[in-house]
Every structure is written in structure tokens, then in C-alpha cells.
Design a protein around this ligand. Structure first.
Ligand code: DNO
Length: 354
């Protein structure tokens, strides 16, 4: 595996490439052209400039998170082919630039959802948190207002203001889309992009829905082992793979994370590894990565990745805000650096004892 950190680009991120380069064992970053909108074709010169900036800092660009999917593709409207063509052009250019892993998600309207961005933990750190009760008490517009008010001035991925300004329209678009329709639209999209992925050896890595259940009545399909195996079979190509995100699948305590990992051998192209602490099955907060700080056994998760021969990029996921850092919630330097170091430590021990 290759240890990486997510980096939003020098225009958007409070963390620098120089800082990332100094975290022991982190050799790459996962990045994106953060200023692009879903549906746009990425310019080759922008892709190459991003890659060069990262390589000049002594790191590699280990993959893209995310090339986002336009709603026309998820809803399956008549203009979807145009947006899929654009996506294919972007993939071609990424392939030509030597980039072989692309993370994306197929969540309607919202990307990941949290109800608090700065819940205070007993040690004084602040973390992202979720309670179903809070979601049930809010309408989607209010949810956006409270999220953006807490974001330390950052634009959160999936919560871009121009997108949220269209929230009513977006809900309207999805009103006839149920789980089956969403599966069918995902299949259609994957079948169209697989030839370009085969040609350039691009591993597509779908990110799970977070939390792993329906929010605000919207369909959500990338939530559990049965659905993900269905997705793997419906387009049975090794380039059709997943981002195994422990913190997203783990929101549903019925998901057995090590077992899911073992069932996805050969199809996990990217790993997000983080821990959650549950206060009740519908109230959780993002703890430190350490097993004893949360609910998951991080050793078992890393062992399962080792057992399936995982070689792709991995990253510590959201970190806590500690040591008075001010950064995009979940994406500060300090706690993610601790997370990377801890995961590297677990990995070293597993490698030496197996
Ligand atoms: C949240 C992230 C997600 C993820 C996308 C992938 O912090 O894990 O925004 O990047 O869902 O497309």
C-alpha cells in the first residue's frame, strides 16, 4: 500500500505539500482540480500543472478524489450522454497524464452528511459528528446553512454554495429516482466508461454513501456488502472497484468491516481508514484513529487489507481538530499526520509478523 494524504490544492488547502512531505511514510497525495464543477471537461494543462507541483514537492499524485458525477448521469436524464462523454474525455486525459485511480461517488444531492462539524470531545479536540435526531428535525436548506456556518471559511467537498443554492431543484430532479433506478443509472455510466478505463488502466473507486443509509428520503445504494457485491457483478470488470472507507461503511454497525474487505479482494482500489465512536447506533462522532479511542478495531481492518494483498493508495481520513489548528473541518494537518503514522505502525507490525 502507499500511504497518502488528501490535498485540495495550494489555492484551497491550509496544509502545504512541504508539511505533507515531512510526515514519515507519506509518499503521495490524493488531489483534485477543486475549482472544477461536475460535468466539466478537465483541461490537460491543469492536470499536468497539478501533477508537476506535487512531484516538485517530492511527492506523487497517487490518484484523484474526486471526479464528480453530474446529476444528469445519476438521475438518467436525456442529456446524460453528453456528460458521460465529458467524463470520458477527462478520464482519457488523466490516463494520458499517468494517473490510474479515480474516486467518485453516486450519492444524490448531498455528498457526505454530518450534523456537527465541531463537536467537543472530552480532551478538548473537536470533531465531525452525526445524529439522526438532528437530521430528522431539519430540512435540507437549514442543514446547509448550519454546515457552512461551521466550516471555518472553507468550502466543503460536496457542499459548494452554488450547488446548495439549487437544492430544491435538485430534490425535484430526484423525485422519481429510487434505489433500482439509481443502480440502473450507475450501470449505464460504468458500462460506458469501462473501455477508456481498460485502455488507460484506470481503477474507478466508488466511495460509499456516508452515512450508509437514506437521508431526507433520497435513495442511497453504496451502503453494505450485498449492494456493493451487486455493483461489482453488474459490471464485472476489475477496473470497476471501490474506495473502502471504514468511516462511511462503519456508520452502520451491522456492516462487518473486515469481512467486507475480504469479500472485495482485487476490487479495493483506494482505502480511507478512520475510526468512529458511537454514543448510540444513530449518534456517532469521528474519534482519533487509534482503536481504543473509538468503536472499530483498526488492527483488524488493516489486517484484512493486508490479507487481500491490497497495494493501492490508502489515506488516514478525517482527523480531529487539535493543537488549535484552524483548517477545513476533518482536513487539518496534525491529527491526520498522527493517523498516518499510526496506520503505518500497524502495517509494519502486520508485515513483520506475517
Ligand atoms: C468526505 C469525503 C467525501 C468523498 C467523496 C468521494 O470528506 O470522504 O467527500 O471524497 O464522497 O467522491
Amino acid at each position: 500500500m502507499q500511504m497518502t494524504l488528501r490535498w485540495y490544492g495550494s489555492k484551497y488547502d491550509t496544509v502545504t505539500l512541504k508539511q505533507i512531505r515531512q510526515i514519515p511514510g507519506v509518499t503521495g497525495v490524493i488531489s483534485t482540480l477543486y475549482g472544477t464543477k461536475p460535468g466539466e471537461v478537465w483541461e490537460m494543462e491543469d492536470i499536468l500543472a497539478l501533477k508537476k507541483e506535487i512531484e516538485d514537492a517530492g511527492l506523487t499524485l497517487a490518484g484523484i478524489e474526486s471526479v464528480n458525477i453530474h446529476d444528469a448521469i445519476k438521475v438518467g436524464t436525456p442529456d446524460r450522454d453528453q456528460y458521460i462523454d465529458n467524463y470520458i474525455t477527462t478520464l482519457e486525459r488523466l490516463g494520458q497524464a499517468g494517473i490510474h485511480m479515480v474516486c467518485y461517488n453516486f450519492m444524490p444531492v448531498f455528498d457526505w452528511t454530518r450534523t456537527e462539524l465541531a463537536r467537543v470531545r472530552p480532551d478538548g479536540s473537536t470533531v465531525l459528528a452525526y445524529t439522526q435526531e438532528a437530521v430528522d428535525a431539519l430540512n435540507p436548506e437549514d442543514m446547509f446553512a448550519s454546515i457552512s456556518a461551521d466550516a471555518n471559511g472553507a468550502i466543503l467537498p460536496g457542499w459548494e454554495p452554488e450547488r446548495m443554492a439549487r437544492i430544491k431543484e435538485l430534490f425535484e430532479m430526484y423525485k422519481d429516482v429510487d434505489d433500482e433506478k439509481l443502480f440502473a443509472n450507475l450501470k449505464y455510466f460504468l458500462e460506458r466508461i469501462m473501455p477508456v478505463c481498460d485502455k488507460y488502466d484506470i481503477n474507478m473507486a466508488i466511495h460509499p454513501d456516508d452515512p450508509a443509509w437514506s437521508v431526507f428520503g433520497l435513495p442511497r445504494i453504496i451502503i453494505n456488502k450485498a449492494n456493493i457485491l451487486r455493483m461489482m457483478k453488474m459490471v464485472d470488470n476489475p477496473h470497476n472497484g471501490v474506495t473502502f472507507c471504514s468511516g462511511s461503511y462503519g456508520t452502520n454497525l451491522e456492516n462487518d468491516l473486515p469481512d467486507m474487505i475480504r469479500s472485495l479482494k482485487g476490487r479495493i482500489h483506494f482505502a480511507h481508514v478512520r475510526n468512529l465512536k458511537f454514543n448510540s447506533p444513530t449518534d456517532f462522532e469521528e474519534s482519533a484513529h487509534l482503536s481504543s479511542d473509538g468503536t472499530f478495531d483498526m488492527y483488524e481492518i488493516m489486517l484484512a487489507l493486508y490479507d487481500i494483498g491490497f497495494t493501492g493508495p490508502i489515506r488516514p481520513d478525517h482527523g480531529r481538530m487539535i493543537w488549535d489548528e484552524v483548517a477545513m473541518p476533518g482536513y487539518g494537518l496534525y491529527d491526520r499526520a498522527l493517523g498516518a503514522t499510526y496506520l503505518n505502525g500497524l502495517w509494519e507490525a502486520i508485515v513483520k509478523t506475517h
